[in-house]
Design a protein around this ligand. Structure first.
Ligand code: ATP
Ligand code: MG
Length: 351
């Protein structure tokens, strides 16, 4: 029996609704598959925990998490009771930094039964690999002078190690998909970092002779997401470009409640963390109508990360069957509850 130890942090708001739903599905898929077991332990770290204990997580929290194969997280944040900078820095960002989760991966794909703004929804099935620790979101720079003469300078920081790490991850991922990597660049306008980005890409691609590559400037690439999404498989992008592309991907998918994500530690020293793109959605918390697909798909990404690809594929297939059958939460045009969607997925997995 293969066993994976997973730390569960439901967190705040609808995290507390969609995480149990996704765990139900995860345990069911393991049971149906056989030979595999998920040992899960839940941690109550959240804004409620902060109100009670004055901290978002226990002092030895990171030490505890370190020993798990992965962290499965719902959502963190409840600005009505704890300011976002306190909750995010006290939990999410702390974990990401400590465990060197330098890459953010986000798949985007259209399921049957969902409304789509695209002419050929079937064509939309891609994965964005976003560098998540440096790039344009750096603290380097500053402001000088005042008034009319004021100047703001913002430096982007691209290290060879960080850039190469993201690219190698993208190429390795492409091997398990359609075998194509697109580099998101802007070397015709950004004269230092992006030519460097292109150079590293050209170097790395030599190590992957079987993977096809293409290079697009970010502005054209963003438009191609809509006009010819069939040309994409894996896209590797800097922190800023990846941020923008993944939001376009999310919008095309129809609801933020569907979009999954993984924060990946690539050196294998620490656990990676899997969390959906959506937040705690206080506006719908408690109504039982949160879409669990984002969290369930996130579980599938965790399975892929463990190398349990077949299980993950089966899981996603059943999710698609369920949306196609019209068993959907209100955000994607249905009237099912969180629990009903998850139960239906479990039922079909067992058939
Ligand atoms: P963050 O916590 O990242 O700041 P936010 O407050 O900007 O996030 P979300 O909490 O993701 O955003 O919510 C944005 C909108 O999407 C809300 O109206 C929310 O109800 C809706 N939403 C988010 N997740 C889901 C979901 N799983 N199912 C249905 N609706 C959702
Ligand atoms: Mg929020």
């Amino acid at each position: 029996m293969k066993k994976y130890n997973i730390a569960i942090i439901p967190g705040d708001g609808i995290g507390k609704e969609v995480v149990p739903a996704a765990l139900n599905v995860l345990h069911t898929v393991a049971e149906v598959h056989g030979g595999i077991q998920f040992e899960t332990k839940e941690f109550p770290w959240s804004c409620d925990y902060y109100l009670e204990h004055g901290k978002m997580m226990d002092d030895d929290g990171l030490e505890i998490l370190r020993n798990y194969h992965a962290i499965f997280l719902g959502a963190v944040g409840n600005p009505a009771i704890v300011p976002d900078h306190v909750s995010l820095w006290g939990l999410l960002i702390k974990i990401r930094r400590e465990f060197e989760q330098s890459i953010n991966i986000r798949p985007a794909k259209l399921f049957s039964g969902l409304p789509s703004p695209l002419a050929n929804p079937k064509d939309f099935d891609l994965m964005v690999v976003r560098e998540n620790s440096e790039g344009e979101y750096s603290e380097a720079g500053g402001r000088i002078h005042k008034g009319e003469d004021e100047v703001a300078i913002q430096n982007a920081v691209f290290t060879k190690k960080g850039t190469e790490r993201a690219m190698r991850y993208a190429f390795d991922l492409a091997k398990t998909r359609k075998g194509h990597v697109t580099s998101a660049t802007k070397s015709n306008g950004i004269v230092h970092s992006m030519p460097f980005w292109d150079e590293v890409f050209n170097e790395v691609k030599n190590d992957y002779p079987d993977i096809k590559t293409s290079v697009n400037h970010i502005d054209a690439l963003a438009a191609f997401f809509i006009s010819k999404p069939q040309t994409f498989d894996v896209i590797v992008a800097s922190n800023l470009f990846g941020d923008i592309l993944t939001d376009i991907g999310g919008a095309i998918m129809g609801s933020i409640g569907i979009a999954p994500a993984g924060n990946i530690n690539t050196n294998g020293k620490y656990p990676s963390m899997f969390e959906p793109v959506h937040g705690s959605a206080p506006d719908i918390y408690g109504k039982g109508i949160a879409n669990p697909i984002g969290q369930i798909w996130t579980a599938k990404m965790m399975l892929d990360h463990f190398g349990e690809v077949e299980m993950g594929e089966r899981l996603l297939q059943v999710v698609e069957e369920v949306t196609a059958a019209g068993i959907k939460t209100p955000d994607i045009g249905g009237n099912a509850t969180t629990v009903e969607v998850a139960e239906e997925i479990c039922k079909r997995l067992k058939q």
